[in-house]
Design a protein around this ligand. Structure first.
Ligand code: IDP
Length: 151
């Protein structure tokens, strides 16, 4: 069982897509362990996007993430990191496959609806960055898990 971080980016909040995007993850069978609205600071965004700090668009990406509050979510499931990345689709919304979240809702590289952790290691670091332990809830979802318990 894995946990992964998803951020609904400001473009998603501004376009009124919060419910639709959350529903994608819910309907897939992922379990929501935590969710909150938060306004990201330049400091936390510099840490979060440190791998892009040499890129010309670094400040632009951080500014776009601070236009309004975001929704951060912790999703749990078998292979959750890869499952969520597959659901999110390619970074550039114009290249993302139809059926993926970015493929269905984005025409942009930057305004691409969601952030999703790219590995289990990153997910652990990112979840710590955005949630305290008491904001994550481990609870029973017997019906859901029994659907793929023998995979
Ligand atoms: P990912 O979000 O698919 O993991 P990363 O390469 O980690 O992709 O980039 C982080 C975010 O930075 C992207 O989701 C996107 O919002 C933004 N970004 C990446 N490449 C570009 C670019 O070439 N121009 C503008 N924004 C970009």
């Amino acid at each position: 069982m894995e946990r992964t971080l998803v951020i609904l980016k400001p473009c998603t909040i501004q376009r009124g897509l919060i419910g639709e995007i959350i529903a994608r993850f819910e309907k897939k069978g992922l379990i929501l362990e935590g969710m909150k609205m938060t306004w990201l600071t330049d400091e936390i965004l510099s840490e979060h996007y440190a791998h892009l700090k040499e890129r010309s668009f670094f400040q632009r990406v951080k500014d776009a993430m601070a236009v309004c509050p975001v929704i951060v979510c912790c999703w749990k499931g078998v292979d959750a990191v890869n499952v969520v990345r597959t659901l999110a689709g390619a970074t550039n919304g114009r290249n993302a496959a139809p059926g993926t979240i970015r493929g269905d809702y984005s025409m942009s590289v930057q305004e691409n609806i969601v952030h999703a952790s790219d590995s289990q290691e990153t997910a652990a670091i990112e979840l710590k960055r955005f949630f305290s332990e008491d904001e994550l809830f481990n609870y029973e979802t017997k019906n859901l898990l029994s659907l793929y318990a023998n995979d």
